[in-house]
Ligand binder design. Structure first.
Ligand SMILES: [Zn+2]
Length: 284
């Protein structure tokens, strides 16, 4: 889960509000995390709003729809109020208590059924996998299978495959580790060397067109051709462990963009060799 950026809270502005409104509301006002407010309140020994007489200050509009869909205890934690507050509120509306066995509010979950395995979804809901299966079969939804998964736009992630750990990448994409392994196999990516990792990482930042030129002319010449700083080229070259251009460069010459290492004094892009023309074709 993304962590809220740490902010420095000037509590002199907010201390008076502690316990008068819920921690959640106060956190929203401050723009801080809920934990920051709860911790401060506890530090000051102030009871949470709703615990003692301040019950009316709970804004239930956010929470009423959750009554009975989770355990009261769980909801009380979320709201930042006492268990009794939730219990009373739930009874006021005649909503039965959530029970793990049969209290699943499927309206909340039905749309997730096609995209998740029964056990995965059951874990999310906090019910038995069997309950999901029964529900799924009742709705006539086929058992979740990798092929039924929402299409992952792999082009977006290509530069991270093999660079970031599969497990972490799966979290980033929101797919299974298996889906990543399958895609890696498709791309023929095994274990990447450090060098290959650097290459993959920068696949989308324009270097693909220029990597073959590194070390084939002086860094400053390449930098000029690319329209970037000389140090950018130097850093890239060193990361890929490519030696510096070994010879002197003719003043004012341009490199053959085929990457053969020849310097050109005319306005051509390549030296004209077949390999260089092919390379230029490939990258343009
Ligand atoms: Zn050439």
């Amino acid at each position: 889960m993304a962590r809220k950026a740490r902010i420095t809270i000037d509590w002199s502005l907010w201390d008076d509000h502690l316990g008068k409104i819920t921690d959640k509301e106060l956190a929203k006002k401050i723009g801080s995390s809920l934990a920051a407010v709860s911790n401060r309140r506890k530090l000051k020994g102030i009871p949470a709003a709703g615990e003692r007489g301040a019950r009316s200050s709970i804004d239930w509009s956010d929470w009423d729809s959750m009554l009975g869909t989770v355990e009261d205890k769980h909801l009380a934690e979320k709201v930042g109020c006492s268990l009794a507050s939730v219990l009373l509120r739930r009874r006021k509306f005649g909503i039965p208590a959530f029970s793990k066995r049969n209290g699943v509010n499927w309206e909340l979950w039905d749309e997730l059924i096609p995209d998740m395995s029964d056990s995965e979804l059951a874990k999310k809901i906090g019910c038995a996998p069997g309950s999901v299966r029964v529900r799924r079969e009742k709705l006539g939804i086929k058992k979740f299978h990798l092929d039924l998964r929402k299409k992952v736009d792999w082009s977006k992630w290509e530069s991270k495959i093999g660079v970031v750990k599969d497990k972490d990448l799966a979290l980033m994409i929101g797919c299974t580790v298996g889906a990543i392994s399958a895609h890696k196999k498709k791309l023929g990516i095994g274990v990447l060397s450090e060098k290959e990792k650097v290459k993959r990482q920068s696949m989308n930042d324009g270097w693909a067109k220029w990597d073959h030129m590194l070390g084939r002319c002086p860094d400053d010449v390449l930098a000029e051709a690319m329209g970037v700083s000389r140090s950018k080229v130097g850093v890239r070259r060193m990361r890929l462990m490519i030696a510096n251009y070994p010879l002197t460069w003719t003043e004012g010459a341009k490199p053959c963009l085929g990457g053969c290492g020849k310097s050109l004094l005319n306005s051509d892009s390549t030296c004209g060799a077949e390999g260089c023309l092919a390379k230029l074709e490939e990258i343009s």
